[in-house]
Design a binder for this molecule. Structure first.
Ligand code: 2HA
Ligand code: ZN
Length: 282
């Protein structure tokens, strides 16, 4: 098939729209946030000549398990505000090199950019999620305001936090039945936080970085963005309840959660299905 320009591919279009959406929600101020999108060889080859390598850049951890895989990745230090108009500068198409310690840049980063500072966390997450879900394609990091705010006021306990989010709207347990994974506060941009995030990604698709943001993984851009939208909506409802005095007269009960699980054929984390009531505190 005749090659078209990669910039006109649906994958770049999706990346432009998603980064714009993240910016417009106020979840990616300045250079906050990063997205990686695994592309299949036939998708890439349709639009660009992958024998051409623009540059090779080292990565400081072992990504051998992903050798040969292609990722469309936002650049380090780049502003999501600008990606829509400048995808060829702010986004790059990279392929993990055979030795797993560098990436070949095939397209983009045309003013010298490099993959996101959180690339270790992204690639380690892709590795872990691919082991449980061969359709895994997208990792997204951003700073959703209300969820980050909750990480200052709610105990950083996965059961407590997940149940609270589930009880803020019927949709929560349907969209993230496994709940929310939580790390301790850690320094971003390190392989240490990457390893910790990826470990949580064995069981969760949403991992909270307290006092910072969230990591989400999924099979598509829409699904992954939808996960973040849903958890952040639950956090917004919680914030609004606090603004109304924070006293619960009504709630989604544990029985209601069980009925949602039955109705939508969910396999929620069984440990989170019973616990304290928001109304009685019992
Ligand atoms: O890419 O959000 O965590 C900037 C960040 C780092
Ligand atoms: Zn961040």
């Amino acid at each position: 098939m005749a090659q078209e320009k990669f910039i006109n591919s649906p994958y770049v279009t999706e990346m432009r729209k998603i980064t714009r959406g993240l910016y417009q929600h106020g979840w990616d101020e300045r250079n906050g946030g990063n997205v990686s999108y695994r592309l299949k060889p036939d998708e890439v080859n349709q639009y660009t000549d992958t024998t051409a390598i623009l540059r090779n850049v080292p990565i400081d951890f072992d990504a051998t398990e992903l050798a040969g895989q292609y990722f469309l990745v936002t650049g380090t230090g780049r502003y999501f505000k600008n990606v829509y108009d400048n995808p060829e500068g702010d986004v790059g198409l990279v392929q993990i090199a055979k030795d797993g310690h560098s990436v070949d840049i095939h397209w983009g980063y045309n003013d010298g950019a490099q993959p996101t500072s959180e690339f270790p966390a992204h690639l380690m997450t892709h590795i872990k999620r691919l082991r449980v879900d061969s359709d895994q394609r997208v990792v997204m990091h951003c700073h959703p305001t209300n969820l980050v705010a909750m990480s200052f006021t709610v105990p950083l306990n996965e059961k407590v936090f997940s149940r609270l989010l589930w009880k803020m709207q019927a949709e929560s347990i349907v969209v993230f039945p496994e709940g929310l994974g939580i790390l301790p506060y850690m320094t971003p941009g390190t392989t240490t936080i990457g390893e910790a995030t990826a470990n949580k990604m064995k069981t969760f698709r949403l991992v909270l970085w307290p006092q910072h943001g969230v990591f989400a993984a999924g099979d598509s851009m829409d699904e992954t963005f939808g996960l973040i939208e849903t958890v952040e909506k639950a956090a917004l409802i919680y914030t609004t309840i606090q603004a109304q005095g924070g006293h619960f007269l009504h709630e989604i009960t544990d029985t209601d959660l069980a009925n949602l699980a039955t109705r939508f054929n969910l396999a929620p984390n069984p440990d989170y299905m019973m616990g304290q009531s928001l109304v009685t505190g019992q």
